[in-house]
Design a binder for this molecule. Sequence first.
Ligand code: BES
Ligand code: MN
Ligand code: MN
Length: 462
Amino acid sequence: MQSILSYVEANHDRYLGELKDILAIPSVSTNPGNSSDIRRCAEWLSEHMRRIGLKNVQVFPTPGHPVVYADWLQAPGKPTLLLYGHYDVQPPEPLELWTSPPFEATIRDGRLYARGSADDKGQVFIHLKSIEAYLMNGGDLPINIKLLIEGEEEIGSEHLETFVKEHKDMLRADLVLISDSSMFAQGVPSICYGLRGLAYMQIDLTGPGKDLHSGSFGGTIHNPIQALSEIIAQLHDKNGKVAIPGFYKDVQALSKKERNAYKRLPWSDRKYAKELSVNALYGERGFTTLERVWARPTLECNGIWGGFTGEGAKTVLPSKASAKISMRLVPHQTAAKAAKLFEKHIRKLAPKTVKVTVRNLHGGEPAITPIDSPGVQAAVAALEKGFGKKPLYQREGGSIPIVVQFKQLLGLDTVLLGFGLPDENAHAPDEFINLDNFFGGIRTSVHFFNELPHFMKPLPTR
Ligand code: BES
Ligand code: MN
Ligand code: MN
């Protein structure tokens, strides 16, 4: 163990240099213009996996972006870990708000800034470097490992479900490990046991068949931007609740035990509001901030557009207006049902002065993972050794759609071991990973692989 950890120590600088190399590839999954970068990133990863001693490395094409697979299966009688992550990233825009360019990783104040540094290339890299420390230091891994790193997580993992269905044998394992979430706070490592689901919708309104002069026609026609705003304004009630009939029907209430556990976590609404530069918080009445973000469903307008938005002024009554609206879901809501209720309600709210189309862009189911599972207990032991501190248990408000599918399709529980931070600027300018957490993460990963066999026996091979 000591020689593995010393190897990590001795290779800090090279590890960071390699991380910078993968972060330089703009693997933005949502942008068709970046598809060759996506492929380049998958190739880079596979090359790297070969170099650190992983076997059977393959880049699988899908109808969307490729899936990268690798394994190391030379620990007979030991558990098999399926490590999932994603190499795709969110668009870097708006570029002018980055302190240093998003694809030129830059270290400032103990943080490495770049798109994908925390979400999720940096966190995938943590495990690659831990694997390397075992395999390139004259040794073996204490467990069997399979890696599944996809390129479509940020756009809803559209083709991954089919891929998993078609490769059930290849992916057979004893548990899943994902590092694609955050620690509770700097210096406070945590185990995440819940993620929210997502239903992502788009509404398009059409008023008149073409743009009109707002002087000649204004006042005689329902402006679609106004109609859209009127609809959106009705999606929450005065208590901050989502006003879609039936929206809360399947929501699992928070247990007293969980509410009490949240109340014991170190938290300040004042500090939170200050960090986010808002004068006051907003949300569903009757719930605390942590409850709202971890365990209550929500509805957010992600974008709204229509009409003239350029420099200067143009007097126009636009033909069209649109909005992108997403709902975060909690157990036992489903994405399909939330989308259906949404569409029905929008149709009811829409005035007959405009034509409306409602589309479901993508979705994912909420997940709760068992905290008494052997995998989680091994992760607790590993975090204690990696960070010198007992982790706390938390949920997250974000979504990783594949978690539920791993359970349904492969029968596997997932351990969510996040090394990011709540203020890491994921999906925003100046995304970073804290370097103490990056190296603490590698140490934790080294310990996790070592601890796992002490906590779980492999399933007998079928
Ligand atoms: N890493 C995040 C998921 C996440 C966010 C976990 C915050 C914990 C806290 C992931 O890359 C992500 O952004 N997921 C999307 C999923 C969507 C595109 C289906 C999300 O949550 O918006
Ligand atoms: Mn992610
Ligand atoms: Mn993300």
